[in-house]
Ligand binder design. Structure first.
Ligand code: SF4
Length: 708
């Protein structure tokens, strides 16, 4: 007989927002064989290098297995769960009573499950009475959230992955999908091979994605809005607008059109503004104008900008103006970075949203208050990630609970973020690992959380598809689910009746019920039909896209009927600001530093760093520079160089490459004090943020480079 513990478990990949289905077969010794799930509609059995190597990352070396508290002698000592939870609750209670709810904050992660996010958000916004709950998703896709809300009336991704199979033109802007969303990019390449779809890549770097493009537009950094404004003008001047669609389903076209003309009134003006050859701009404009089935995919290159929201809206304007939305093979498409950035935003993981995509408006506040029976509900937005850490540095936030993320590495101006952590009166971290840069920044309480393969719940991918992450390993040591840890603290704060969850299924049912509570089917996000799932049905739940309303057929695409989520059901054109970078280069800082990912590492490498195979791809931190800039700066290929910005400096290996445009440097984000002490690139990044989304500009910090 087969040992049931050794049977394959269907789960979802721990990494990117593609959300691939994974089959994990435990080996009985704490490891597991990993393969792609052929029945999961995100990947149909494919996995990328990172997903395939998940089995190599399951070891317990470096794991945090027991709660720990810093004692009066400064040493972290193992304590019982009850003592750790009592201590956290007691200290939070004391600080809230003394300084008010605004003096405490949670900083969450797109790695958390939806159930973890839901409980943390409910405690802070509903019962502590502060909206200081933000997430590392702020650094990832919040400009897309803000852009969607402005255009569609809600944070909604209109398309689905089938659109990538059915499009005739795939435009990738600010996305190195070949490395960052590999399984989806493979899907696009299959479309190119089988159906002849063309691919346009828009990026200051000639990435691997650009290597497969029919047309590569290596634009100047920060000029995406000029390119898409020029496209809108071209569409208008060449009879390519869908006037009927604009008239019936949208508002604000004339203002947006006038602004587009002032930004980039012709193909020649667009070429000038973007630094592109006019013939290449013209080729792109003609392709877009003449191809009804076009999907425009955008990711961190668009989002991570002090004008990221305007960039998103400049793209959405072109799709709305041609009616290319809600139709097979025709959609704008935000590629989310993390495995559960979408699930987190669905339950209010962002400081400017409440829960179930509801806003801080009186009717929404009242609705959530009554549903949660939460007399102290927060009534206004909280601090977004960068602002939150600035408030910690000023001493205004005195207690912080970080869950599953490493802000001492990943936040912009990361040295300042790390220094801020040292000022906290109470600094709690829920983690899988005993040591990382954040933990090593003066943590007071360490709480051992269950990791991928041990925890159970749901995640939502880039096409709004909710999938189960299922446990297939016995949780090691005293590790616990994040939702349980937060719930236990809530009970100790006196909110027990509202946190009486016994399982992830319990949490999911409540979250599903809230999504449907008094919304009359008018909301974008509704999974209410799942609110009465039995435990068994939750366990067996197949991947499903929201909205999921009782008695309604699934809708892979939204807005097919031209009805949007604004009060008048019309989409909005937005007139973007004139594109301009927040910073100037100078004689002392003549280059601009762009940061991003590499193919085989994830975030700060706490998981991927455990796989020797993944380490072979690009084994050490580096900076990429154009040959002309290398010559001017006196640095040579394979040597070491010091990169300096107004915020910090790093020592990195030099890679001289024509992939890089003149005037730009590129350095990956993954290394930390733990893994390469001089290569913490977040310390170099300027902390300027977008006024709508709060997302920082990680792609264009003025920098200098000298031989080391
Ligand atoms: Fe995991 Fe993303 Fe790779 Fe799929 S594409 S296997 S979700 S990292």
């Amino acid at each position: 007989a087969i040992d049931p513990a050794l049977r394959a478990t269907r789960t979802t990949c721990a990494y990117c927002g593609v959300g691939c289905g994974v089959l994990a077969t435990p080996d009985g010794n704490g490891g597991a064989a990993i393969s792609g799930d052929t029945e999961h509609p995100a990947n149909f059995g494919r996995l990328c290098s990172k997903g395939s190597a998940l089995g190599e990352t399951l070891g317990l070396e470096g794991r945090l297995l027991h709660p720990m508290i810093r004692c009066s002698n400064g040493v972290m000592e193992r304590v019982a769960w009850t003592d750790a939870l009592d201590h956290v609750a007691h200290r939070f209670h004391h600080i809230i009573a003394r300084d008010g709810p605004g003096a405490v904050a949670f900083y969450l992660s797109g790695q958390l499950l939806t159930e973890d996010y839901y409980v943390a958000n409910k405690l802070m916004k509903g019962f502590i009475g502060s909206a200081n709950v933000d997430t590392n998703s702020r650094l990832c896709m919040s400009s897309s959230v803000a852009g969607h809300k402005r255009a569609f009336g809600a944070d909604t991704v209109p398309g689905c992955y089938e659109d990538l199979d059915e499009a005739d033109l795939l435009v990738l802007t600010g996305s190195n999908a070949a490395w960052c969303h590999p399984v989806l990019f493979q899907r696009m390449l299959v479309n190119k091979q089988r159906r002849g779809a063309r691919i346009v890549v828009i990026d200051p770097r000639r990435t691997d994605t650009a290597g497969d493009a029919d047309l590569f537009l290596g634009l100047k950094p920060g000029t995406d809005t000029a390119l898409f404004s020029g496209l809108l003008v071209y569409l208008a001047d060449n009879g390519a607008l869908d006037r009927d669609y604009i008239e019936r389903y949208t508002a604000g076209f004339e203002d947006a059109m006038a602004r587009a003309r002032s930004i980039a009134g012709s193909t020649a003006a667009t070429a000038l503004a973007t630094g592109l050859a006019e013939k290449d701009v013209a080729a792109f404009f003609q392709m877009f104008a003449n191809t009804p089935r076009v999907v425009t995919l955008y990711s961190q290159g668009v989002n991570q900008s002090a004008q990221g929201t305007d960039k998103v809206n400049a793209i959405l304007n072109c799709h709305l103006a041609t009616g290319r939305i809600g139709k097979p093979g025709a959609s704008p498409f935000s590629l989310t970075g993390q495995p559960n950035a979408m699930g987190g935003r669905e339950v209010g993981g962002l400081a400017n949203q409440l829960a179930a995509h509801m806003n801080f408006t009186p009717p929404d506040i009242d609705r959530v208050r009554r549903f949660w029976k939460a007399p102290r509900i927060a009534t206004h937005e909280g601090l977004k990630a960068v602002q939150m850490f600035e408030a910690i540095a000023r001493g205004e936030i005195k207690a912080l609970w970080v869950m599953g993320t490493n802000p001492a590495v990943s936040l912009p101006d990361a040295d300042a973020a790390r220094a801020a952590l040292g000022k906290l009166e109470l600094f709690v971290v829920s983690e899988n690992v005993r040591s990382n840069d954040t933990v090593n920044s003066g943590v007071h309480v360490l709480l051992p959380a269950q990791a991928w393969g041990e925890k159970s719940g749901t995640v939502t991918n880039s096409e709004r598809r909710i999938s189960r992450q299922r446990a297939f390993l016995t949780p090691p040591g005293e590790t616990k689910p994040d939702w349980w840890i937060v719930g236990e603290v809530a009970k100790r704060l006196g909110f027990g009746a509202a946190f009486n969850f016994n399982s992830a299924a319990d949490v999911f049912r409540e979250h599903a019920a809230l999504s449907a509570f008094e919304n009359g089917g008018s909301r974008d996000f509704d999974v209410g039909a799942l609110s009465s799932l039995s435990d068994e049905a939750f366990d067996a739940m197949a991947p499903v896209q929201w909205p999921i309303r009782a008695g309604e057929a699934p809708r892979p695409r939204l807005f097919a009927d031209g009805r949007f989520f604004s009060n008048d059901h019309k989409a909005r054109f937005i007139a973007p600001e004139v594109p301009v970078l927040r910073t100037e280069t100078t004689a002392a800082r003549p280059l601009r530093l762009n940061t991003g990912r590499i193919r085989d590492q994830w975030h700060t490498m706490t998981r991927t760093g455990a796989s020797p195979r993944l380490g072979q791809h690009l084994p050490e931190p580096f900076v990429e520079i154009h040959p002309d800039d290398a010559l001017k700066s006196g640095v040579t290929d394979d040597s070491f160089a010091r990169i300096t910005t107004d915020y910090g400096q790093c020592i990195l290996k030099v890679v001289v490459s024509e992939r890089q445009q003149r005037g730009m440097l590129f350095a990956p984000i993954h290394w930390s004090e733990e893994t390469a002490s001089d290569a913490r690139v977040g310390a170099l990044v300027a902390p300027f943020t977008d006024p709508y989304s709060g997302q920082p500009e990680n792609k264009a910090t003025p920098a200098s480079i000298v031989p080391y």
